[in-house]
Design a protein around this ligand. Structure first.
Ligand code: ASN
Ligand code: ZN
Ligand code: CA
Length: 331
């Protein structure tokens, strides 16, 4: 069954609920995705903490749209877990993070004022953000973190060097894919990451996929020193590739957000559409990439995947290749 949720970022949505032993309802869907309250315990440095208590409620109405109700963050987190599960299952043919039909636990209110969210190999944990008033439970963050679980169980990309950047970008790519899949009217899909949370305190998103350098630290273009950067910055070129391959270079407005994506080689790139690029990147990740793959391997893998999936339309493969050349990953 379902309950009426009132999330902080997603607004009014339905979430999966079940009868709770002892009375009332609990937040748990048919795949076993469920949400617990860690009551601000847990260590943000080690990620260790209690499992938390499953959210229970007597009238099956959850949250009030604000952090002032502890269940509001659980609504966002559970909605994120359900949409991420459904996206992988219905669009990419993967039955959840482990491809075995099982969901995952989302722990909310982890630690005190933690401005982070993380996947630890078995579960999601979300901090409450600045002043405990801005939980990190935004939809693209949920999709990002759970996609770390998918990467871990497919290519197994390590978290350093070029591979670290590919790992992080994969999470941004599928976090964004989940956001478009959900098409939530309160969290309108875009090519920005963390745009609802205001983690920087100045109204800007955490990351920009059309031009990653807009965050002040990410790179737009691959170079031989890229792998020395933090994975959240060496992700820039692949995020840029995803935007270019999907939407093309130059200026474009989508859902009211203006983008202007440059190329690193002065080329003009024509997008082949996000839906195809998502499927191509998932196939590259799950079939061709391995733990130490670099950006050159990513180019080869994506071209192979594009040939596998869209052999009848050579413009798709050409667009994928052109977008890699446009981030300075040439043939
Ligand atoms: N939120 C961060 C991320 O998923 C946590 C980390 O640094 N691994 O990228
Ligand atoms: Zn990440
Ligand atoms: Ca977003």
């Amino acid at each position: 069954q379902t309950g009426d949720g009132h999330g902080i970022y997603v607004g009014d949505v339905t979430i999966g609920t079940q009868a709770h032993t002892g009375g009332g309802y609990e937040i748990r869907d048919s795949h076993g995705n469920y949400a617990t309250d860690v009551h601000n315990q847990g260590d943000p440095n080690t990620g260790q903490g209690p499992a938390g208590d499953i959210f229970v409620d007597s009238d099956n109405v959850w949250g009030n749209g604000s952090y002032t109700d502890r269940a509001s963050a659980a609504v966002d987190a559970q909605y994120g877990a359900e949409k991420t599960y459904d996206y992988y299952n219905t669009v990419l043919g993967r039955a959840g993070i482990w491809n075995n039909g099982t969901g995952a636990r989302s722990r909310v209110h982890f630690a005190n004022a933690m401005q982070n969210a993380f996947w630890d190999g078995t579960q999601m944990s979300y901090g409450d953000g600045a002043g405990n008033a801005a939980p990190l439970t935004e939809l693209d963050v949920a999709g990002h973190e759970m996609s770390h679980g998918v990467t871990e169980n497919t290519a197994g990309l390590v978290y350093s060097g070029d591979a670290g950047g590919l790992n992080e970008a994969t999470s941004d790519i599928f976090g964004t894919a989940v956001e478009f899949y959900a098409n939530n009217s309160a969290d309108v899909p875009d090519y920005l990451i963390g745009e609802e949370i205001d983690l920087r305190g100045n109204g800007t998103p955490l990351r920009y996929m059309d031009k990653p350098s807009k965050d002040g630290a990410s790179r737009d273009c691959w170079s031989s020193t890229l792998g020395n950067l933090d994975p959240h910055y060496s992700s820039g070129p692949l995020n840029h590739w995803f935007y270019l391959a999907s939407e093309g270079s130059g200026a474009k407005t989508i859902n009211g957000v203006s983008y202007n994506s440059p190329t690193c080689n002065s080329s003009t790139v024509t997008g082949v559409g996000r839906a195809k690029v998502e499927k191509i990147w998932y196939r590259a990740l799950s079939v061709y990439l391995t733990s130490n793959s670099n950006y050159a391997a990513a180019r080869n893998a994506a071209i192979k995947a594009a040939n596998d999936l869209y052999a009848s339309d050579p413009t798709v493969c050409q667009g994928i290749a052109a977008a890699f050349s446009a981030i300075s990953v040439a043939a």
